[in-house]
Design a protein around this ligand. Sequence first.
Ligand code: SAH
Length: 391
Amino acid sequence: MKQRLEILHRRFSKAVSSHSLLYFSTRPCRFPDTHPNHHDDNGNKIDHRIQYDNKKKKNPITREPWDRSFQLHKPRGQHLLTNPRILDAIVRLAGVGPTDTVLEVGPGTGNLTVRLLASAHRVVGIEVDHRMVDALRRRISDIGLDHRLDVITGDAVKTQFPEFDLCVANIPYGISSPLIGKLLFGQCCFRSATLLLQKEFARRLLAMPGDSEYNRLAANVRLVADVELLMDVSKKEFVPCPKVDSSLVRIRPRAGHPPPVDLAEWLAFTRTLFTKKNKTLGAIFKQKKKIAELFEISQIDSKGSRDAGENDGSRSNIARFDDFDDNHGDPMEINVEEKEGVDALEVGPFKEKIIRILNSGGFGEKRPSKLSNEDLLHILQLFNKEGVVFH
Ligand code: SAH
């Protein structure tokens, strides 16, 4: 028995020393044994300083602590990643180097931040919850690394991003689409974004044309970036345990190769197509509303409100990124009944022109969910050449 206790003690000391960054080291212990909430949701007793994975007693996992000093808000996606092996793997797979400035969206209590700071030159965190900001600042100050951390208190979707080399984050899943939209279609210039995302969302991001999950999000992201799956992460690795599993993905913008298209025009085009991604293009462009909307936009365009020959991949026209994914509605849709000045006599020939363009490229019977970005770019070019624009 005594021998067993000694072995356990040695393992415990080793675990603590090899994860010394886990602790708010110079402050008194913030996880007293007398903490009133010493039971998990199933009523089991928890030691908040150390939690072992009981199934793997030979190789215990030292979990990140959570002192429950304030309540975590699920609507804000507050699920803390607590497995140090996974946290370490994220930093390693992200390829963080000593000269890198890392952007971390939603650093929370800093489980990932401490590790990023151990490898990076600087970390800039954007965190919306001031309670998290306080906890993070305290923790980083306690390990003496606060001079290498900047924290911006605010909503990452609305806050202007600083310059950074890498984005590495376990983000709140509710902002996945607008955040990726902002990273890729905003003004950012960076090497890669390594993000922990909801597993289903990651699968949609990775889907290829023809896959049942292929969608507007994937088409938009693939236009400007390469995406790869790095690993799946079980929901059990988070506190509190969410309903969904997660996946770590790396998104690498294709630097130096701006797409041969105006990005705002592309986003409007894919919005039109992917709202009904399994219909034929012929059917999509038969919709009265759609025709009236395109007619209107193309009329305005032909009156010269847009500079000619602007297809340089410009991002300046893109003001919002929450309309980046086909899971959202169609905010630009125009109600043809309500719209004044749409002349039925002119719309008829315009509709015929659209059908002619589609058929000239053999696309009338094709479905958006099965088309590659090369095909989509080709169709957009055919439209634009004939004065049909989407933005
Ligand atoms: N990265 C930490 C915390 C993840 S929980 C970890 O892995 O343990 C998600 C974090 O994102 C929370 O701290 C939450 O407050 C923050 N958050 C939620 N919405 C946000 C937004 N719009 N902008 C910035 N941070 C946000």
